[in-house]
Design a protein around this ligand. Structure first.
Ligand code: F0G
Length: 494
């Protein structure tokens, strides 16, 4: 139980955990942060971690680990082996309990799972289309750049309206789904892919009803339903809070119900499963499993480790239990809800309603004077500018999830304007405290008051694929220096 009745009749959240391993952090002075930002080319991916105070770049591979996982890490009694290590067989048993699928394929991380899944389903490019609620960056790169296909997003209208409180922004628009299947012809469609707690719209869930209806459409046209369950933990916890069809059910029964409706599931285990790895499960299609396993040994490793270390295979045993725990995922949902409400009270534009994954600031609305796409060498990219500015004034690292994260059209070289230009402040699982959030909220409020100082960014070096990882940019007109000077006057060095 994490929600108890308070003496005044309200509800109080009581975390069902304590944290006994800690890491000392150091906030660098403003001067250092300014230097680090310039050296990183105004790209938060390129800032070394020792220059960062609160790292909210991602929740991926940086979650806290549990006491059980710590002991798994030692691998005692598990006996490492190239083939047939003992942890793998224990893992199979745990998967059977939670996911009623016949087969498990391990991979070294999520995009490796995506590579195998879409390689097999797209038949090396013969089936061109993947229809989805919301794309993810690595998924799109694999479907489009590796296998020459096209990902087509069919979200509900509310998905891109950051101010809308619609509770199921991860839903698929069912009318459009059917229309697109008819237009593109079922035989050209490799899969319908549904992402759980959809990443790029702010960790937003779909409803169980929408999932049932998506399944019906897939059945009608004979198209496989593929689920990206990297963030199934938050998807299910949000369903428990909001979804009338999930009320009163526990996480185990919800994941089993969802997986009964799913042909293939895959995940980056680095997220909701607390371990550096990835996996695919196949409900019952023997031929698809055969093909996945064939390519698994080419790209990943032997079936019993799939590119993960023994330590990680063992940690995944507990990771699966943690993902589908009835209480644990609420720790971050509470944090996100708290921060979203505090920021919203001050009219700072954030994605609503609070979802999973993190706090997402709507940079288009925060910096309406910065163009989405640079014009005449004047600078653009509001979310890129905002995420850099936040690091500069606070040492907090977020991630740009907007125009910079969207690659140019490979054929025309033109920018593809995004609907959402967000700064993501991810909430790694069981890692930060409320005081960290209060600091983040305070600095965002200050930045909002001084937002007119920010101008855009422009490219110094722009890579052709997934440019956000390694690209180098620059602040137009040296606004970073001006912002630093105002900050220094107000707060001093820190
Ligand atoms: N699918 C989703 C929904 C993801 O969020 C990610 C990664 C992947 C697939 C790819 O997995 O990184 O293990 O190869 N998301 C990270 C993030 C990178 O920060 O959101 P991977």
């Amino acid at each position: 139980m994490v929600y108890l009745k308070k003496s005044n009749g309200d509800y109080i959240y009581i975390p069902d955990l304590r944290i006994r391993v800690f890491q000392k952090l150091k906030l660098q002075p403003l001067k250092e942060r300014y230097r680090a930002l310039i050296e990183a080319g105004w790209n938060t991916f390129r800032i070394p971690v020792e220059k960062i105070y609160i790292d909210m770049l991602t929740d991926s591979g940086v979650n806290a680990i549990s006491l059980e996982q710590l002991s798994d890490m030692l691998g005692l009694g598990l006996e490492d082996a190239y083939a047939g290590n003992r942890a793998y067989y224990k893992l199979l048993d745990v998967f059977k309990e939670y996911i009623p699928h016949k087969y498990l394929v391990l991979t070294h991380q999520g995009r490796a799972a995506e590579n195998l899944v879409f390689r097999v389903l797209m038949k090396n490019g013969k089936k061109r289309y993947v229809l989805t609620n919301i794309h993810f960056t690595t998924t799109r790169a694999i479907v489009e750049r590796v296998y020459g296909g096209r990902m087509i997003e069919l979200p509900v209208r509310e998905a891109f309206d950051t101010a809308s409180n619609f509770e199921f922004k991860g839903n698929v628009d069912l009318l459009k789904l059917e229309e697109e299947i008819r237009r593109l012809k079922p035989e050209n469609i490799a899969a319908v892919r549904i992402e759980y707690a959809s990443n790029l719209i702010g960790g937003q869930p779909f409803s169980l009803k929408n999932y049932y209806e998506t399944r019906e459409i897939c059945d009608k046209y004979g198209i496989p339903l593929v689920a990206d369950i990297s963030m199934a933990d938050w998807q299910i916890a949000l369903m428990k809070k909001r979804d009338p069809l999930a009320k009163g059910k526990n996480a185990l029964s919800i994941i089993r119900e969802l997986m009964e409706l799913t042909d293939i599931a895959y995940a980056s285990a680095r997220k909701g499963f607390y371990v550096r790895g990835g996996f695919i499960t196949v409900k019952n299609n023997d031929r698809i499993y055969e093909e996945l396993r064939t390519w698994q040994v080419v790209f990943e490793g032997h079936t019993t480790y799939g590119g993960m270390s023994l330590k990680e295979v063992a940690m995944l045993i507990d990771g699966v239990k943690m993902a589908f725990d009835d209480e644990l995922p609420f720790y971050e949902l509470e944090q996100i809800e708290y921060a979203v409400k505090e920021l919203d009270k001050r009219n700072i534009p954030v994605v609503k309603p609070p979802g999973g994954l993190g706090v997402h600031v709507d940079a288009k609305r925060f910096l309406p004077h910065v163009p989405l796409i640079p014009v005449n060498n004047q600078g653009g990219y509001p979310a890129g500018a905002l995420v850099s500015a936040l690091y500069l004034i606070s040492g907090i690292r977020g991630m740009e999830r907007g125009q910079i994260s969207m690659d140019r059209d490979p054929e025309t070289g033109e920018e593809i304007p995004v609907e959402l230009d967000l700064v993501r402040l991810a909430m790694p699982r069981k890692t930060y405290l409320k005081d960290h959030l209060d600091y983040m909220i305070d600095r965002l409020i200050w930045l909002f008051e001084n937002r007119h100082v920010l101008k855009g960014l422009k490219w110094v070096y722009e890579p052709p694929i997934m440019r956000f990882f390694e690209g180098l940019l620059k602040d137009h007109d040296n606004w970073g220096l001006e912002l630093s000077n105002i900050y220094m006057k107000h707060f001093g060095e820190f």
